[in-house]
Each structure stands twice: as structure tokens, then as C-alpha cells.
Write a protein that binds this ligand. Sequence first.
Ligand SMILES: Cc1cc2nc3c(=O)[nH]c(=O)nc-3n(C[C@H](O)[C@H](O)[C@H](O)COP(=O)(O)OP(=O)(O)OC[C@H]3O[C@@H](n4cnc5c(N)ncnc54)[C@H](O)[C@@H]3O)c2cc1C
Length: 425
Amino acid sequence: MHLTNGSRVVIVGGGPAGSFAALHLLRFAAQANLTLEIVIFEARDFNRPGPGGCNKCAGILSSTLVANLETLDLELPAEVIQAELNAYVLHSGEAEILLHRPNSGRRSLSVYRGSGPRLGTSPTPHSFDSWLLNQARERGAQIRRGRVQTITRSEHPVVATAHEKLEADLVVLATGVNSRAPLDAAWHYQPPQTEMMAQDEIPMPGGFLTDRVHIFFDHPQELIFGGLIPKGRYANISLLGRGLPPDAISDFLEGNKLTKFFPEGTPALCGCTPRIAISAAPKFYDERLVIVGDAAVTRLYKDGIGAAFTTAEAAARTAVQRGISRRDFASGYRPTHQQITTDNLYGQFLFRIWAATRRSPFLLNAWRRAILSEVDLPKANQIHARVLWGMFTGDESYQKIFQLSLSCPALRALWQGALKDWRGK
Ligand SMILES: Cc1cc2nc3c(=O)[nH]c(=O)nc-3n(C[C@H](O)[C@H](O)[C@H](O)COP(=O)(O)OP(=O)(O)OC[C@H]3O[C@@H](n4cnc5c(N)ncnc54)[C@H](O)[C@@H]3O)c2cc1C
């Protein structure tokens, strides 16, 4: 079962995973002297401000993803970039930990997925998803606006919207986790488990540096962590927690004393409660079907757009270079999915350790001292800063962070930090 000249690939969902799948397919096909017909169905208009035109995300592009864009000859236009992120500030209780970008050669950026907040003012920001989808169009993919209602399992899958039916040689499903995947029951698809997040946009608080992401851990009680991410004139608030209450955003703003920047009331400019994937889909390929991005697997709590790139690349490479049968995807694509799933186990463990640490002022102080003691070392040797930076940005794999945090220099610095704290120095 192979793609041949003129084969039709239908991609359902034109978020990052769908657009990357098209771009990778076109690149691998060109290398193999193959001409494919690629059709992407996308339900949203990303040029509409507010939740209706947006794939609801904090919009941080990890430095790995920014570097990966170059492999597809993609250059992000200046108007799509909302901020260069050079530092993270972690806030827990009264403690603040400042982390500078460990590698000045690697850029991390913030973007808008749609066209900015619902109640924003003109000019509206440029959308990353719209730009990416346009790149796929310019390189030969056809884009059709519309919601796919069913994908029927038969010898050649049939993709149906309210207005048309298309038979496909291969279907790439990239519908994320915020809408129902339109696969009919015969595919036996089970989506990943998800957690609910809360998001809003506020005007960028005066006095905040526009190249710093602030991460908070304390309010509301159900919070795992919440971020304030600079995006041009605005700041995005993204909260991750278990069972967040309906007033989570206002509790977050008040509890973390962010309301003081807005004496006349904090303007909430958008507001949504998207889902984030926290596990992998158990069945993510079949004959003539491959599932990419969030709908298959993503990285735990970070760099989901990076995972969309990685899964789309592995699926496209397999489809062009090996074939489109279940067996081909099992040998060519499954290992990438497995690698992300395994790495997330390290991530779960690290987040548990971090939660325990930040509940103990003694440990938190020891960690702060360990970071301060690294300041004069070369960046590569600033292990604690790299560990925390990697955990919150996606710039390193969780496995690498795990190994770094258990390395001798890391444990020594922590031990020395704890001793100093204990002696009250
Ligand atoms: C609050 C929050 C904050 C996040 N912050 C970050 C971050 O800062 N950085 C990061 O890298 N990741 C972040 N993520 C994760 C990131 O949003 C996802 O990993 C990423 O969007 C996955 O891309 P995707 O293309 O798989 O899915 P989506 O981005 O969800 O795209 C799916 C697309 O499919 C379309 N679609 C769905 N069903 C149909 C249908 N039946 N027919 C036609 N079209 C359809 C949708 O309209 C959508 O455009 C965050 C997630 C959340 C919830």
C-alpha cells in the first residue's frame, strides 16, 4: 500500500499538526519525485478575533520548534511574533526565582493562534495558525473551509462534510482534543484523556518586562501552575489545574496581586476553557489512516506545537518513504509516539517532585540558593536553572531534565544550598 503520483491525501484539521503534516508530506514527496493531491479541511477562520478563530493556547513556541521551522524553510514573519522570551520568573509564596535563557543562540517566542482577544483593539494581531496554513497553501495544498462530519472506514476512506464527499488514499487526522474526532465507530478511536484549563487576556501590566514569562503556583487552590505570557500589547493568562473553579482567572489575578496594576478593575478581554491532552490515544493509525498532533499524543504540559511538528514529520516520512498500511505506520511512526509517551512519564515524576519542593519552604530555599550559586558558572553548567527552564519551556526532553537533576553537581549544589539555609547564612 503506497502513495503514487496523483494519490489524494485528505488532512482533517488545519491547526499546527494538520499544516505541518501537509508541509512535511510535500517536502518528502518532492524528494521522492512524487506529486500528491493534498486537501486540508479546517473548520475555523483564524483571522477572526476571539475564541471562535483561535486554537486556544498560550502560544509559546519552544526554541526547538523555532529551530525546526527552518528545516521546512519556514521563516516566521516579524508581524506574527508577539514577544521574544528571554527569561522566566517563578513565583511561589513570597519567593521568586529568575531564570535567564540558558542558550542565547536559541530563540523562544510568543504568538497568537488566532487574531487576538475578543475585546482587543485594532489593529488585530496576526495569527500563527493562519500563517502556517497559508504556507501549506502556497506550497501546493488545497485548503477547504468546513467541518468534516464523518470519516467512513472502507477500502478507501471517505471524508464527508455537509457539502461534499471525498475518497482518500490516505487520511491524516489532526483535529486536536477540543472537538470530537469525526472518525466513525469502526475505526475504534479513543481520544487522549484531557484536563480543563482556563485562559484569558489582559492588557500588558505596566512595569512588567515584555520579554519575561511569569509562572505562579499558589492561587487558586486547584492550580498546578499558571502563566502570564507577554504578547505585544496584551498578556495571556493560562491556568492549568484539576477541577478549576469558574472564577479561577479572577482568583488567580487577585491571589497573585496582579489586580494592583489595574486600579479601575482588571479588564478581561477574552476568556475560554480549553482542554489539554494529558495522555496518548491508544490507537493512532490504521490502514490508510494516521493520527497526528494532540489527537494522537503531545508533550505533557508544554510544547504541544513542537509535538505537532514531530508527530506530523514522522507520519509524513512513513507515508511517503515506507507506505500507508497499518504495518508501515507501526514500524515507521509508532516509535516516535512511544518516545513522547515515555518522556511524559519522566515529566509526571518531575512535576510531582516540583510540587513537593514548592510546598516546603526549606527545599524551595535550598533550590533558590543552588540557582544563585550557579550564576558565575558557564551557562552549560548552570544545571538547576537548566532543569527549571527545561520543565517550563519544553527546550529539553523530560528524560534529559531528569538525568540533569540527579547528576552529582546538581545534588551537590542543592546539598550546599540546604546547608547554608540550615545554618542561616
Ligand atoms: C491553555 C493551553 C495552553 C497551551 N499553551 C501552549 C504553548 O504555550 N505552547 C505550545 O506549544 N502548546 C501549548 N498548548 C498545546 C497546544 O495548543 C496544542 O498542543 C496544539 O494546538 C496541538 O495542535 P493540533 O493541530 O494537534 O490541534 P489544534 O491546535 O487543536 O488544531 C485542531 C484543528 O482541527 C480543526 N478541526 C477540529 N475538528 C474538525 C473537523 N471535524 N473538521 C475540520 N476541522 C476540524 C480545529 O478547528 C483546529 O483548527 C496549550 C494548550 C492549552 C489548552
